[in-house]
Design a protein around this ligand. Structure first.
Ligand code: XMP
Length: 517
């Protein structure tokens, strides 16, 4: 275990991921955690993350220097590097020389940390203060034009630091430097591999659910619920029941992916609830986006709870006392909600009609320690279909919020066809993993005049909205190659009779959102 101490910048999650890419398990802890608690977790190393730009700023978070005398290897990055320098008796000064962005660095003495790294390379910096003198016993490894001490190490106490951000993509050789610290300086063993992750998760689930517990899992068609279900299935076999609510708002082929391919790959016991008509009836006459979301959310909960009550009621009738609900919660959700990484609390379940009152209900969250990219790798390891494992994010309300106007059966059919063509061409161009999402939006209340064959047409426009993004909080419109756009446009207007115009959305987020509704 490596603990990443978070000083409030956005870098801690990225650092934790990079540590795991180095095959060492890591967790994030707030900087307010007492040193005694950090040490009690017996970490193999502690990493101090970046943070605010100055250790002198008002209210700048500090760290108890006892951390440097606990016998645990420490690596400081950026702000963490400065905390280390000042905490160990070195010197940090306002030199007035700020460095932001790509910065050339010169390695004077590679030592262990910078071994095999070119003497001149480029790193990503973001700091105002500089370390002007390294602490006693540390050797200085590198400098920049304005920062005399940009990296240091001390091997007997297993400590090192860099002024730059080795975790970001723009830093050359960043991962290598991090691995030198973890593997060579701190002596961490490389045990965090997909095989081990899967085995560890399975053992945890077996321990939690026991020999006779029953679990239920709702599948959405997305990667998280699919991987969560597949792991639990490995652990408890047919004591897991999956429920898939087909609300009719999925894209072409997605319901089949779940009902056929996912079941074939995992052997799970799947209950499919065909609720297409119910959702369409509930959506009739609704065109306001928030109202659509409300209706879809409400119907979903009702349908899922009815299915849940049926499955769990049957289990209770067989004398099963403890029932489990599987959820695909990911590590970033846990970190962001300020929770620890321990197992979750027992949930006293709400209004599930028809359940015996004394039935206990507990959450199982097998992905609680994993990042999204790890979830995909676990999915591959478990043999799930690539279409599910690599599926782009898709909103819960589905195509319901990609039809501008009322949602009807016919409009869904039109959009499903257009969307399938766009996705097919994106895949054919090999761009699936470069494009974060590519909604296709049907402007169902708009008509435009066109000409096709020898006749005038009066059809609907669709909008294609390819975007690149890291986390959906911000996004940029994707510059798809013209020939890909051309194929999408030609095929949609030829193959989907009701669509006679294809338009491209060239708005970033902000000011636009990714979805149109
Ligand atoms: P926006 O449109 O806000 O979308 O830029 C950001 C991300 O969230 C997805 N999204 C949703 N997901 N329920 C969901 O589960 C929703 O109501 C919803 N609305 C948007 C969207 O696809 C994008 O990935």
């Amino acid at each position: 275990l490596v603990l990443v101490v978070d000083f409030g910048a956005q870098y801690a999650q990225l650092i934790a991921r990079r540590v795991r890419e180095a095959r060492v398990y890591s967790e994030i802890v707030p900087h307010t955690t007492p040193v005694a608690d950090l040490v009690a977790r017996r970490p193999k190393a502690i990493i101090l993350s970046g943070g605010p730009s100055s250790v002198y700023a008002d209210g700048a978070p500090g760290i108890d220097p006892a951390i440097f005398h606990a016998g645990v290897p420490v690596f400081g990055m950026c702000y963490g590097f400065q905390l280390m320098a000042s905490g160990l008796g070195g010197e940090v000064a306002h030199t007035g020389a700020r460095e932001y962005g790509r910065t050339p660095v010169t390695v004077s003495d590679p030592g262990t940390l910078l071994a095999d790294v070119p003497a001149a390379h480029t790193v990503w910096m973001s700091h105002g203060d500089s370390v002007t003198r390294a602490p006693e016993g540390f050797s200085v490894l590198a400098a920049t034009a304005t920062t005399p001490v940009a990296a240091f190490e001390r091997l007997d106490t297993r400590m090192a630091g860099v002024q730059w951000h080795p975790e970001v993509m723009h830093t050359e050789h960043g991962q290598r430097v991090l691995e030198h610290f973890l593997h060579q300086i701190a002596g961490c063993r490389q045990t965090w591999t997909m095989v081990n992750i899967v085995e560890e998760q399975i053992a945890g689930i077996v321990a939690q659910i026991g020999d006779d517990g029953r679990a239920i899992c709702g599948l959405s068609g997305g990667v998280d619920s699919a991987v969560a279900a597949a792991i639990v299935q490995r652990a408890i076999g047919d004591r897991l029941t999956c429920v898939f609510v087909d609300h009719g708002l999925l894209r072409k082929g997605e319901a089949e992916q779940v009902e056929r391919d996912f079941v074939a790959a995992t052997g799970v016991d799947l209950h499919v609830v065909d609720a297409q008509k119910r959702f369409l009836d509930a959506l009739a006459g609704v065109s306001d986006p928030e109202e659509k979301r409300k209706v879809i959310g409400r119907e979903f909960i009702r349908v899922f709870e009815a299915a849940e009550a049926e499955v769990l009621g049957a289990a209770a009738a067989e004398g099963v006392k403890v029932a489990f609900l599987v959820q695909g919660t990911l590590y970033p959700d846990v970190v962001e909600s300020g929770g620890g990484a321990g197992t979750s609390n027992i949930k006293s379940h709400h209004n599930v009609g028809g359940l015996p009152e004394d039935l206990e209900f507990e959450l199982v969250e097998p992905l609680r320690t994993l990042f999204k990219d790890e979830v995909r790798l676990v999915g591959e390891q478990l043999g799930l279909p690539a279409d599910i494992v690599w599926r782009q994010p898709f909103p819960g309300p589905g195509l319901g919020i990609r039809i501008i106007g009322e949602v009807t059966h016919d409009r869904l059919e039109i959009l499903r066809e257009a969307d399938a063509i766009a996705r097919e061409e994106l895949t054919r161009a090999g761009l699936d993993r470069d494009i974060w999402q590519m909604p296709v939006v049907l402007l169902a209340d708009v008509r435009s005049v066109g000409v096709q064959g020898d006749g005038r047409t009066y059809g609907h426009p669709v909008v294609i909205r390819p975007v690149t993004s890291e986390d959906a909080m911000t996004a940029d419109w994707a510059r798809l190659p013209y020939d890909v756009l051309e194929r999408i446009s030609t095929r949609i207007t030829n193959e989907v009779a009701e669509v006679n115009r294809v338009t491209l959305d060239v708005t970033s987020k902000p000011p636009g959102t990714i979805e149109w509704e």
